[in-house]
Ligand binder design. Structure first.
Ligand code: PEP
Length: 246
């Protein structure tokens, strides 16, 4: 059952992680270009940012330091991302939290720095399989969002649903995703922000997920590396937009 949301405009974001941009990313008919009805953004590795920006893709960093500059070898600041032409930055992706020790407090600092720099922060939250098994998913997400400023985009990415390159991994059910998205919306004072779903979204399951009233788009990892698959997701989002309008 479709429940139209007024002023809904999907954002479909491609997280390419430590992979090169897929073939044809910079072509005239690239599926990674923003559509008139749907926002599309790509998140390449730092070394590919400029190529994507030159190809006129809406581009974001996969992470960024909150300090504008400093003696931080190997890091890139959120202010630097803005300087090269990024529009978005991912904050606290679960792989950054796990592999680089990004804490809730650090993620909040990133989100604040991004807003100050004029970038849209996409704050990633989500529970592990163990936390869900213990019924703690709402507590975990609430804690992750505690100090987050308003005016951000949230990506709910249950860690257990992130494919990690395994295309057979199932996404969250539309019911579980909708339940958490409604909870996140109730927590945040700025009701106008978008809440994206991430975790094994693909061409087959995207319609069911994007139809949920509190899902405003997708953060797509593995499937975003396959141009045809990503195109399908964008097409579904465009069709749903049109449905809402009519
Ligand atoms: C991600 O890691 O942001 C992600 C959503 O990955 P995947 O789509 O591969 O599960």
């Amino acid at each position: 059952m479709l429940t139209p949301m007024p002023n809904k405009r999907f954002l479909i974001a491609a997280n390419w992680k430590m992979h090169s941009p897929p073939p044809g990313f910079d072509a005239a008919d690239s599926p990674y270009k923003t559509e008139s009805a749907v926002d599309v953004a790509v998140f390449p590795s730092f070394i590919d940012l400029s190529r994507c920006i030159s190809a006129q893709l809406i581009t974001g960093g996969q992470t960024g330091r909150p300090e504008p500059s400093g003696a931080l070898t190997g890091d890139v600041s959120i202010a630097q991302l803005k300087t090269v032409g990024c529009r978005y930055v991912l904050c606290g992706h679960s792989e950054r939290r796990k592999n680089h020790g990004e804490t809730d407090d650090y993620v909040a600092q990133q989100a604040i720095a991004a807003l100050e720099a004029g970038l849209h922060p996409i704050v990633c939250v989500g529970e592990t399989a163990d936390e869900r098994k213990k019924g703690k998913q709402h507590d975990v997400v609430k804690k992750q969002l505690k100090d987050i400023p308003s005016g951000i985009i949230v990506a709910y990415e249950p860690v257990w649903a992130i494919s990690g390159g395994d295309p057979s991994k199932p996404a969250a059910s539309a019911q579980d995703a909708q339940d958490m998205h409604a909870f996140i919306r109730s927590l945040l004072p700025d009701k106008a922000m978008r809440i994206l779903y991430g975790g094994s979204m693909n061409g087959k399951n995207c319609e069911e997920l994007l139809k949920c009233p509190d899902i405003d788009g997708g953060l797509v990892g593995g499937a975003s590396l396959k141009p045809e698959e990503f195109k399908k997701i964008v097409e579904v989002a465009v069709a749903l937009e049109k449905n809402y309008e009519s």
